[in-house]
Design a binder for this molecule. Sequence first.
Ligand code: G6P
Length: 499
Amino acid sequence: MPGIQPYLRRMLHGWQTIVVANRPPIDLHPEQSGPGRVTRGGGGLVTAMSALAQASGSIWVAAARGTADLELVRSAGEDQVVEVTTQDQETFRVVFVTPDHETYELYYNQISNPLLWFVQHYLWDLGREPILDGRTWRAWRDGYQVVNQQFADQVVRVAGRSRSRPLVLTQDYHLYLMPAMVRERLPEARLQHFIHIPWPTPQYWKVIPRAMRDGIMTGLLGNDVVGLQTSLDVRNFLMTCEENLGLGVDHRQRIVFYEGRSVWVRAYPISIDIAALAKLAESDAVLEQERQIASWRPELLILRVDRTDLSKNIVRGFLAYERLLETHPELRSRVVFWALLQRSRQDVDAYRAYLGALVSAAARVNRRFQTGSWLPIRLEVEENMHKAVAAYKSYDALLVNPIYDGMNLVAKEGVVCNTRDGVLVLSENAGSYEELGAHSLGINPFDIDQTAEALHTALTMPRRYRSSRARQLRQVVRRNDISRWISDQLQDLNDLLAQ
Ligand code: G6P
């Protein structure tokens, strides 16, 4: 990102940018004998925002999520900015919010993930779930509202220490109530909120009780700009304001009229930091991982890299691969499906059960087809960015088959790193399909026969077709890299300020 820094300095001159996200940009891995490692945090949000935060010198307000974070807070002093550098030499300035364990549990494990994540990814089997009752309301009141208030307090505190005007860049579904709270106390601030996950239809939002969903909307409408991933998300958001709140909306200008203000609603398809990824791809750690892969890889490699999230559709991916091995026995022993997965949200029952289900699905397929010298699925549950990048370089087919996904940065990272003209098999319900669909093999993520056929086509595609697709995919991602994502948002904020 070095190229964007002068631009950011110019655009942000006179502003104190404050990134606000549940997740800190760093993961601490303490060791008994010494301070331990610091890596960049997981997930698409951190991947994208870390570029902006570093380039703009932002302060990042995040929740302390465990004893290692709390230890850091204790050593730096409550409410203080801590400067932390990762093992890949990225430096962040972080201020933590420190909800107690139970409050965080209610906010994160009862509302944010099982409720908001589920509604926004259409994950429920509505005939049976969700069942909302007094416990849901308690989690809303004593968890979600409380933590949003704590974040608002911290943002106000951070803003109060700077002489520059605050520009508050809030992220995602954990913090929907916070912008209105901040606006009330910092009327001079500019507030932008980016939602990394899909925005469903107004009808589907009606699964959530009215007072909650109205609270979410009025919290969000405290912003000046609401950013979403795709044009479909923007349309759904505008319709939600119109249908569920009866607000005036201008669909052409993409504006919601609320309490005498105009709130802009815009699509900014998120992307990746190409230069940083290219550098990482050539690092010694990644080259070492590549050597290890070369020592075991078969002729053909199918890869997936995902958090163990229900929305990622990992079990159907294994079923599709099973179908591939059934219908194309000539591929047996020549191919391996490598699932490189990161454990996610294991305090939520549905996620724990899902991890169990996907491990059993992989084991069953392996039992059915394995031979003395061939294991059809290589399943690794591990957080290792170096290994993931080496895997990106090495695949012949990358399977990205989410049920619904805001964007999916694995698809973008994969296509820019890959060195084998690998083919992208992509769900039409991933946000990235809007940009990458034309040069990938599109699938309905529920249809395992179609997914199996797409994997077969990917593995047997003649070289010249593969390489032209791979080239075009790389071009699309390079054209719309993270600098563009950042500059489009700042340009809009600038236009808004000029009004
Ligand atoms: C997605 C969400 C982020 C979240 C990330 C990882 O990318 O949009 O808000 O941080 O997943 O999930 P986690 O719950 O581990 O932070």
